[in-house]
Design a protein around this ligand. Structure first.
Ligand SMILES: Nc1nc2c(c(=O)[nH]1)N[C@H]1C(S)=C(S)[C@@H](COP(=O)(O)OP(=O)(O)OC[C@H]3O[C@@H](n4cnc5c(=O)[nH]c(N)nc54)[C@H](O)[C@@H]3O)O[C@H]1N2
Ligand SMILES: Nc1nc2c(c(=O)[nH]1)N[C@H]1C(S)=C(S)[C@@H](COP(=O)(O)OP(=O)(O)OC[C@H]3O[C@@H](n4cnc5c(=O)[nH]c(N)nc54)[C@H](O)[C@@H]3O)O[C@H]1N2
Ligand code: SF4
Ligand SMILES: [Mo]
Length: 716
């Protein structure tokens, strides 16, 4: 057999690195970074390099599965599964209405150009508002804050020519997320530092990013709103703001100034643990550089007051005028987005909440057209009109990822129909009535839709399928098309009515999704591999439209009140949030390079690095409880207790435990903590300290106590 080499891109994570793929006998045998790619330049990571193994893994589902009355699973053909599921959905909708049918779209619905548009169209067709995604348990605060503060049409300053970058609660060289464009971010960050860019990192632990920073502010977990207010106060007090920009483009500046005034440096130091001199130095470094912005990640948005904290990020950029201005080159107007203007003007606030379908839970509701995932388990458990009875999870793993694992498990059991589309028997699949086996990335045509706006130039990549699987696996959209076909549901994408009698091809669906694309998909298809599409004429940021008086709102009254409440809180001894809460540590989230949330836990080279999600802790804290490397500890929040495997690290400050999420399984398997890890989400209480708009529970900076465990867990 000859080996054929073709170009494609990785979809193990959302970074979509360009690859060369070796195919032999319709099988993916090896992948390498495509060194000729103009954006990625041959970069891959340990996860991507294991793609062939993921495709050919012996535990990969090669047919869909149906749960039998005794709890075991039997293979079922995808057509038969679709027949049965469609019948059950019809019955449930007939009895309980369309609100009783929900989908949850997880990270692998995002690592694929089609599912989100297709499944939204399916919801419109069946008239169910119950569309959920992982975004509402991730960083919904970004969209919320943007909608309340307003956005700058021409965007923030580019990373490529920034003089300074501030990163808050993000670790881009591992996560492929945050202010560094996630295309070989290590090289991009190193290049930027070499050319003199200053880096400020706010993170409780000495993360990979923090190790490279000019200034690392090791904030006490969850106290970012206070620290960011302190930075803003220095900028106002020392007159380091961009007064001309604010006068022309912002409102409520005085309100912001007076609201941050009480955050004097003594107070900020006492509450956040960051020395006053460092706060001052960071504020000066950020504000005095001509260009460069601040950006954040999950470390900020999963903590307390996420919408307020994210607003302060936007306000920092606005106060320092860190936006592209008239005459600046638009480096990437987008390939797949529609044609649109780039003017030096504000897109005014337009709150993304308070409309649409109300949730039955905790006074929440639709946010930016999605329902809040943090309350989905309650929507399933709570009886009454509108109760969710059927759930289809797509490329997500609720049992691993949703806040409050015990409640999630209760919800999975309460469902009348529980379907998941997953490549393996995940913790969630093991609770499902049907597990639909999908194609894996290199078996599907796809486009770089998710990352379109993040590229530093107008880059796009279309890939055909590399191999055609010889077993019964289907794409996610084919599953929903199959349901719609059986239920008489129309599917309309961008005004294109799909043929509901004869199944379209994946390329037909991609055509529908890119109907309004600036660069026609056919032009992108013609290129072999990822390509930069140079503009015939360069696009520059235009002047503000005459008569446009839109302003960015840096100090909306509701948020200024929230800020004042933060300031009024008493500073708590230890790690609790309120007086009287007796906790010694705050547990913070982090990502591991070798895994993608719960994906990768079956890949040998990843497992060689970590076969559990260690409880990283400071040596002093370990000594205090008498724990050594590899010992098992009990980690107890006000909600529950989990086991953790101690990993001692100087990078973690005393009083902090740093652990990755989406590990572990159900409580019955806890004694396998050394090989399957532990579920940090079992520590989260989704009904307490939740954000009133998005329902986000505190998924980082969780107050906990630790002690050496009495559980006897063998080491091998
Ligand atoms: N405490 C705490 N909780 C968190 C977080 C945290 O930091 N701390 N992070 C949150 C965040 S940011 C997110 S995004 C969520 C993630 O939440 P989820 O997306 O629900 O969780 P994942 O583990 O990413 O689930 C992905 C699933 O997709 C499957 N899969 C892999 N490849 C494919 C494929 O090609 N097709 C299909 N159909 N399935 C595939 C995997 O086997 C896995 O079961 O978790 C959130 N939960
Ligand atoms: N390798 C890998 N890459 C991934 C993922 C993965 O699981 N593995 N997951 C993907 C997903 S779903 C997402 S959403 C992105 C997320 O991308 P990021 O947000 O960049 O994720 P992390 O790498 O966890 O970085 C978060 C940082 O916040 C810090 N932190 C924790 N609590 C606090 C706090 O209270 N305050 C501050 N200031 N910092 C805090 C942590 O120490 C950590 O360094 O990553 C994506 N990329
Ligand atoms: S960073 Fe790794 S997993 Fe993500 S797309 Fe690139 S090679 Fe794949
Ligand atoms: Mo995420």
């Amino acid at each position: 057999m000859t080996v054929e080499t073709k170009k494609s891109f990785c979809r193990f994570c959302h970074a979509f690195c360009a690859l060369e793929v070796d195919v032999e006998d319709n099988k993916v045998i090896e992948v390498r970074g495509d060194a000729s790619d103009p954006i990625y330049g041959g970069y891959t990571c340990i996860k991507g390099r294991q793609l062939p193994l993921e495709h050919n893994h012996e535990e990969r589902l090669r047919s869909s599965m149906k749960r039998m009355p005794d709890g075991t699973y039997e293979p079922i053909s995808s057509e038969q599964a679709l027949d049965e599921i469609a019948e059950k959905l019809k019955a449930i909708i007939g009895e309980s209405g369309t609100r009783s049918v929900a989908t949850y779209n997880g990270s692998h619905a995002f690592c694929n150009g089609i599912p989100l548009s297709f499944i939204r169209a399916w919801h419109a067709g069946v008239k169910s508002p119950m569309f959920f995604t992982s975004v509402t348990i991730d960083q919904p605060a970004k969209a919320i804050a943007g909608s309340r503060h307003g956005m700058w049409m021409a965007g923030t300053n580019n990373f490529a020519d920034a003089d300074v970058t501030m990163m808050v609660g993000t670790n881009p060289t591992v996560s492929m997320f945050g202010p560094v464009p996630p295309f070989n971010p290590s090289r991009r960050l190193n290049d930027a530092l070499q050319r003199g860019m200053k880096l400020i990192v706010i993170d409780p632990r000495k993360s990979d990013a923090a190790k490279k920073a000019d200034i690392h502010l090791a904030v006490k977990p969850g106290e970012d709103a206070t620290l960011l207010s302190g930075i803003l106060r220095v900028i106002f007090t020392e007159g380091l703001y961009d007064g001309d920009f604010l006068a022309a483009n912002a409102e409520h500046v005085e309100e912001l100034r007076t609201s941050v005034e009480p955050f004097n440096l003594d107070y900020v130091e006492e509450r956040t643990g960051v020395p006053a001199g460092q706060v001052e130095a960071a504020a000066r470094m950020f504000a005095s550089a001509p260009k460069g912005s601040v950006g954040s990640g999950t470390g900020l948005d999963m903590g307390p007051n996420p919408n307020l904290s994210e607003h302060l990020i936007l306000a920092l950029n606005t106060v320092c005028g860190r936006y592209e201005r008239e005459g600046d080159l638009v480096s990437n107007p987008g390939a797949f987005g529609p044609k649109r203007p780039f003017r030096a003007e504000a897109i005014p606030p337009s709150p993304a909440w308070g409309k649409g379908e109300p949730s039955r839970i905790r006074g929440l509701g639709e946010v930016f057209g999605e329902m809040p995932t943090a309350a989905l388990s309650d929507e399933i458990i709570m009886e009454g009109d509108g109760q969710v009875r059927a759930l289809i999870s797509v490329g997500g793993n609720p049992v691993a990822a949703w806040p409050d694992q015990l409640k999630t498990l209760q919800a999975m059991e309460a469902l009348d129909l529980n379907v998941t589309i997953d490549i393996k028997m995940s913790a969630t699949a093991k609770t499902a009535d049907y597990v639909i086996a999908p194609k894996v990335s290199l078996e599907r045509p796809d486009i770089t839709l998710l990352t379109d706006g993040w590229y530093p130039e107008t880059y796009a990549h279309y890939t055909p399928a590399m191999v055609e699987p010889e077993f019964d696996v289907i794409e996610e959209w084919e599953f929903f098309w199959g349901l719609a076909h059986r239920m008489g549901t129309p599917i309309n994408i961008n005004g294109v009515e799909l043929d509901m009698e004869n199944k379209p091809s994946t390329d037909d669906v991609l055509d529908a999704i890119t109907t309004n694309s600036r660069i026609p998909l056919d032009e992108i298809r013609e290129a072999d591999g990822g390509t930069v599409f140079r503009e015939k004429e360069k696009i520059f940021v235009e002047a503000k439209e005459p008569g446009n008086n839109a302003r960015l709102d840096v100090g909306p009254p509701d948020l200024m009140e929230e800020l004042s409440n933060v300031r009024d809180m008493e500073i708590v001894e230890g790690a609790g949030y309120r007086q009287g809460e007796q906790f010694t540590h705050r547990l913070i989230s982090r990502r591991l390079r070798e895994f993608y949330n719960s994906s990768g836990r079956d890949l040998p080279r990843s497992l060689a690095k970590y076969n559990t999600n260690p409880a990283f802790m400071n040596p002093i804290d370990a000594e205090e409880i008498g724990a050594s490397e590899g010992d098992i500890i009990d980690i107890t929040s006000e909600r529950s207790t989990i086991l953790g495997v101690v990993a001692i690290s100087d990078d973690i400050p005393s009083g902090v435990i740093s652990m990755s999420h989406s590990w572990g399984d159900v409580p019955a398997l806890d004694d396998q903590v050394r090989t399957i890890g532990a579920s940090t989400n079992r520590l989260v209480n989704n009904a307490k300290d939740f954000d009133p708009i998005t329902g986000m529970a505190r998924q980082t900076a969780i107050p906990v106590n630790i002690e050496l465990s009495k559980a006897v867990i063998p080491t091998s």
